[in-house]
Write a protein that binds this ligand. Structure first.
Ligand SMILES: C[S@@+](CC[C@H](N)C(=O)[O-])C[C@H]1O[C@@H](n2cnc3c(N)ncnc32)[C@H](O)[C@@H]1O
Length: 387
């Protein structure tokens, strides 16, 4: 049975996944990397140029699939893997142990990528990969609450060691706050109806308590005609809650300039997004760096106004039929890539625009407890250990 077909009942303290029958699963079975060859082809030139000193940061280590592919293909490469999920760090650490000192893991969020590059690589790196979203392990682990398809507590934290859960948001948000989350992070047309239903259940003394109860509430709250279109009716609600719980868009918006500034000249960033809100952040940041800021018509463009990125993809690349047939996760992927053409000291990527939508309590998601928790972590907590 493939990882994609199998539901993971538990992950033990050592990060080892077990299925319902108790059998152990290697990380390679849990998640198939999306567009692996395309990512590595794009990252290859600076890695090959740097040879034995080349460093790649895999900012979304997950099950280590992309990292393993890179370590196998590029002999001299060292990979530093970042993940906010301690279970991912443990599983990938086991998978990549055979590469010895060529692989190191750092347990943190990817907006700390600049600090990780400085402390682990001593400065600019040749390659950075970001494969956004959740891994198949997280989706399929019955305890995590990411999936509307499996009954589970409403958790949805990528790092379960602290922070706000989806249950907290459903219990504490006003109807207006909840509707804003569903609309802004899930692009849910029926956000107000769903939010009103959640709050009504609370007022009746029978709050929603599990993923299956929430999925059923969403189904019942939307008009009958809409239940038959656009996939599972609860898909957008679950996406929205997951984004809010993990402050995903704010962390990503901070991470992209940080990643661009962590590249050496000639270094390349490849990003795979799976929904339009993420892709928009990437698209804007890359377009900004690839565009001259000089007024049109100037005969000579001052150095400070010149672009500092070269776009390597025209628009977003998508998966072809062969990839789709072997890996259903690839259906929604949008891949964008860029190369740094000038040093970050001369042309730093600007910080992201002010935070967007609001989270419970009227605060920006940047200041939710979940986001604060992650930001307060030590910058380079080794969770995966050097193996
Ligand atoms: C799609 S999976 C990566 C899969 C990986 N490329 C592979 O081939 O196995 C995304 C991973 O990114 C991690 N992640 C999501 N948001 C993160 C963040 N803000 N900081 C660090 N890791 C994050 C998730 O925990 C998850 O393990």
């Amino acid at each position: 049975m493939s990882g994609a077909d199998r539901a993971w009942a538990t992950v033990d303290d050592a990060g080892q996944a077990h299925d319902a029958a108790g059998s152990r699963a290697p990380a390679a079975e849990l998640h198939t990397p999306v567009l692996l060859d395309e990512c590595l082809d794009l990252l290859a030139p600076p890695i090959l140029r740097a040879g034995a000193g080349a460093v790649m940061i895999d900012a979304t280590l997950g099950m280590g699939g992309h990292s393993e592919g890179a370590l196998e293909r590029f002999e001299g490469l060292t990979v530093i893997g970042i993940d906010r999920d301690p279970q991912a760090i443990a599983l990938a650490g086991q998978r990549l142990a055979r590469f010895g000192e060529r692989f190191r893991a750092v347990h943190t969020t990817y907006d700390r990528i600049g600090e990780v590059a400085a402390s682990e690589a001593g400065g600019g790196v040749e390659a950075i990969l970001m494969d956004l979203g959740v891994s198949s392990l997280q989706l399929d682990d019955a305890e995590r609450g990411f999936s509307y398809a499996r009954p589970a507590p409403l958790d949805m934290r990528m790092d379960q060691s602290g922070g706000t859960t989806a249950q907290d948001i459903l219990d504490q948000s006003s109807a207006a706050e909840l509707a804003a989350i569903l609309r802004d992070y899930g692009e849910e047309r029926f956000a107000q109806r769903i939010a009103a239903s959640v709050v009504r259940r609370r007022q009746e003394g029978r709050p929603v308590r599990s993923t299956d109860e929430l999925a059923e509430l969403v189904r019942a709250a939307i008009p009958a005609g809409a239940r038959r279109t656009g996939g599972h009716p609860a898909k957008r609600t679950f996406q929205a809650l997951r984004i809010a719980v993990n402050a995903e868009l704010d962390v990503l918006a901070a991470a992209v300039p940080s990643a661009l500034n962590a590249l050496a000249v000639g270094g390349r960033l490849v990003v795979e997004s799976y929904q339009s809100l993420e892709d928009r952040i990437i698209k804007r940041a890359l377009a900004h760096g690839a565009t001259s800021r000089a007024p049109q018509g100037l005969p000579i463009i001052p150095e400070s106004d010149q672009p500092y990125l070269e776009l390597l993809t025209h628009g977003a690349a998508r998966a072809d039929d062969a990839e789709l047939a072997s890996n259903p996760r690839a259906a929604s992927v949008r891949l964008r890539a860029a190369a740094r053409t000038r040093d970050a000291v001369q042309a730093p990527a600007p910080p992201p625009a002010p935070p967007g939508p609001r989270a419970p309590g009227g605060r920006s998601t940047q200041s939710t407890r979940a986001a604060r928790h992650m930001r307060n972590r030590p910058s380079s907590t080794r969770g995966g250990t050097r193996r």
